[in-house]
Design a protein around this ligand. Sequence first.
Ligand SMILES: Nc1ncnc2c1ncn2[C@@H]1O[C@H](COP(=O)(O)OP(=O)(O)O)[C@@H](O)[C@H]1O
Ligand SMILES: [Mg+2]
Length: 218
Amino acid sequence: MIELKGIEKTYLRGSEEVHALKSIDLKVSKGEFISIVGPSGSGKTSLLHVLGCLDRPSKGSLLIDGVAVENMPENKLVQIRRKKIGFVFQQFYLMPGLTVFDNITLPLVFSRQTIDKGKIIRAIELLGLKERIEHYPKQLSGGEMQRVAIARALVNEPEIILADEPTGNLDSENSEKIFELLKSLHKNNLTVVMVTHNNDLASRADRTLLLKDGKFIA
Ligand SMILES: Nc1ncnc2c1ncn2[C@@H]1O[C@H](COP(=O)(O)OP(=O)(O)O)[C@@H](O)[C@H]1O
Ligand SMILES: [Mg+2]
């Protein structure tokens, strides 16, 4: 589904080069649940951004469903990202001035798609947010905010969810709930790649990759 070949990512910090990813090879197959662990600064976020076409690699090739995308123009890349990939972040990134419903449907507004209200409401109910539809983010718990963010990531019906420390701001009980939610989405055919600091959750994925200094070491 997604294949990385010889991926490198180099940032410039002033005049200094930061080699965040060094020759990464990875195949993500449809239906997998992969966890990525590694110390802070090891390149996990950089890797997820390249995987999800949020950022371009400095070197190497990125294939999505067999198509090389590393040199694709931005407008085409946006379409692929929108159709196939959902992102979930540690900080939730909800819009404070929008209700739960409006936060979840925002991607549809951005991509000028019609909103099937019934379908959205069913999704909201499924995520246990029924009582929260007209609430604003500041009225929600952290676990609820992350569920809203996951609902928003799912609204374009992506094939894969990329989650960057999705439980990093949650207590253990809510972490467990969010992880179980990702697991149940995975059972329903979604491919999941999750970066986490939580070794217990990481070990419950199909496959765990350990990143250190921009390379997989296990
Ligand atoms: N935009 C950027 N500009 C310069 N350096 C960056 C940038 N983003 C990340 N880095 C550096 O790249 C390395 C890997 O960062 P990151 O991918 O965020 O790691 P992790 O998510 O594992 O903490 C770190 O040394 C970080 O400081
Ligand atoms: Mg990170």
